[in-house]
Design a protein around this ligand. Structure first.
Ligand SMILES: O=C(O)CCC(=O)C(=O)O
Ligand SMILES: [Fe+2]
Length: 351
């Protein structure tokens, strides 16, 4: 196979360098202090909260170890994901996404209007999930999205559901630590997640003949609250370092999860923590798998900077927006190539 189809080709300035840069990477944080409830250790928790706060401020990304998610469950899930993607395109398309219900399989996602070198399978944390019918602010109608029923591997659905429970537990714990690091109550964010619109995504990046021209997923920021990502041992995730805007690879660490602060936390924190751009490169030899869990609030949640953080010297930087409207707008624009740039939180920035 020669060069890739032009639909996959990134603009010159966004093409990956593919050289191995040995650079200071994202922080690694040990979560074990929160798992020893029999002997509470407030000073260890305090130190952990500080570490999380610094990582959120300086990187927007970090890896966690001793996170409480059983490795065997993750391995079973990764194996099931491999089996699913190894099927024929015809089989995978039996659980294909469509314009109404965006769960399931698809292989034509565009990020910033360039096609990604990947195929994905999306599955909701709650079935059904309530969302607005469209992104029109004046239209109150809602619809339900439901999960696909993959037939193969036969246990896929059950493992996904088991894994999602673990992701939710971890996500709530992380949110508590992030809330404390911002100086607000630990459970401050909980109410937003009552009717959560979270979902899990299985990414498969096949080998690519022109990894210097295309990207597995183009540069983007995640729109929700928090992402918990499991990447395999191939590597390819790159994070834009805040200090110098360089793309820094995230080295695969066995049994660690990569956490990133997404757009909603940026707004809640009034820009104290920023949602950072990231992307995934591909390579000529190895396929790569990753599994992000996107932790998203209920569709009705109104997103705005936390009142506790707003004062004269720190006035609110955003006008409020409805998460559900933002979410469906984004999903529809990722479905096919568009003429215009998609919706971003800076569109809600106050002058
Ligand atoms: O595959 C990866 O490492 C990153 C995936 C990602 O950023 C996404 O799916 O939003
Ligand atoms: Fe992402």
């Amino acid at each position: 196979m020669g060069e890739v189809d032009p639909v996959f080709v990134q603009e010159q300035e966004h093409r990956p360098k593919l050289s191995i840069i040995e650079a200071k990477g994202i922080p690694e944080i040990d979560l074990s202090p929160i798992f020893h409830h029999d002997v509470p250790n407030p000073s260890a928790i305090d130190a952990l909260v500080k570490e999380i706060g610094t990582a959120c401020k300086e990187w927007g990304f970090f890896q966690v170890t001793n996170h409480g998610v059983p490795l065997s469950l993750r391995q079973r899930l990764e194996e099931a994901s491999r089996l699913f993607f190894a099927q024929s395109l015809e089989e995978k398309k039996k659980v294909a996404r469509d314009e109404i219900n965006p769960t399931g399989y698809y292989d034509t996602e565009h990020t910033k209007n360039v096609r990604d070198w990947k195929e994905v399978f999306d599955f909701l944390a709650k079935d059904p999930t309530l969302v607005p019918l469209n992104s029109d602010e004046h239209d109150d109608r809602v619809i339900q999205w439901c999960n696909p029923s993959p037939q193969y591997p036969s246990h896929f659905r059950a493992i996904i559901e088991e894994y999602i429970e673990e992701m939710e537990k971890l996500a709530f714990k992380l949110l508590e630590l992030i809330a404390l690091s911002l100086g607000v109550e630990a459970k401050r964010f909980e109410e937003f997640f009552k009717d959560q619109t979270s979902f899990i995504r299985f990414n498969h990046y096949p080998p690519c003949p022109s990894p210097h021209l295309a990207l597995g997923v183009g540069r983007h920021k995640d729109a929700g609250a928090l992402t918990i990502l499991a990447q395999d041992d191939v590597g390819g995730l790159e994070v834009k370092r805040k200090t110098d805007q360089e793309w820094v690879p995230v080295k695969p660490t066995r049994d660690a999860y990569i956490i990133n602060v997404c757009d909603i936390i940026q707004v809640w924190s009034n820009d104290a923590y920023e949602s950072v751009e990231h992307r995934a490169t591909v390579n000529t030899e190895k396929e790569r798998f990753s599994i992000p869990f996107f932790f998203n609030p209920g569709h009705d949640a109104e997103i705005k900077p936390l009142e506790e953080l707003i004062h004269k010297q720190n006035p609110s930087k955003y006008r409020p927006y409805k998460w559900g409207k933002f979410f469906v707008h984004r999903l529809h624009s990722n479905f096919k190539k568009q003429e215009a740039e998609n919706l971003q939180i800076y569109h809600y920035k106050l002058p």
